[in-house]
Write a protein that binds this ligand. Structure first.
Ligand SMILES: [Mg+2]
Length: 179
């Protein structure tokens, strides 16, 4: 089976609503998506503190699941080896949270397929699904850019806007013998 390296944050785990909650609790209003489209929420005036929360124990424990990721990942596992590849080492307190989150929301993925790394250029797989262009830049397989506000202006990679588009991409790959 071919291998898929699957990112967590902003691909299967939704960080954006948590950042918005934290922003709102500090600033008293919730920014419109247009205000940070093409950029980061924590680059908005008043958002400077947000990134520090990534180091908080529990920050990653209760993130919402990105819609349709669970059923599409389960279907992908019938045809591909799916590995979770997260640059989690940047945030040491995230490691247990991410492990538990995966077991809770993706019980069909073995811990043997969890890859909590630093620099993703070490990863060798056939496909990578990620919201960060810098991870796809150094990937030697086929990269899919999962749409997030910060990458909205990126044009160098095959883009998937949601998990139904991920499914459609791999339906086409399988039809073309890309199994
Ligand atoms: Mg990510």
């Amino acid at each position: 089976m071919k291998r898929i390296a699957l990112d967590m944050d902003e691909v299967i785990a939704h960080v954006e609503p948590k950042f918005l909650d934290l922003f709102e609790s500090r600033q008293g209003y919730r920014p419109e998506r247009e205000a940070y489209w093409g950029g980061k929420i924590y680059h908005l005036p008043g958002g400077e503190h947000l990134r520090e929360h990534l180091h908080d124990p529990g920050f990653f424990a209760d993130l919402p699941v990105i819609p349709h990721s669970q059923e599409v990942v389960a279907w992908l596992q019938e045809h591909y080896e799916v590995f979770i590849v997260s640059a989690a080492q940047e945030f040491r307190n995230s490691l247990a949270d991410k492990h538990d989150w995966l077991h809770r929301h993706f019980p069909g993925i073995s811990w043997k397929n969890f890859v909590f790394c630093g620099d993703k250029s070490i990863i060798q797989a056939d496909y990578m699904i990620d919201d960060h262009a810098h991870n796809l830049e150094v990937f030697r397989g086929k990269g899919l850019l999962f749409t997030a506000p910060h990458n909205a202006l990126e044009t160098r990679f095959t883009r998937v806007n949601n998990w139904l588009e991920v499914r459609d991409f791999f339906v086409r790959e399988l039809a073309q013998g890309g199994q």
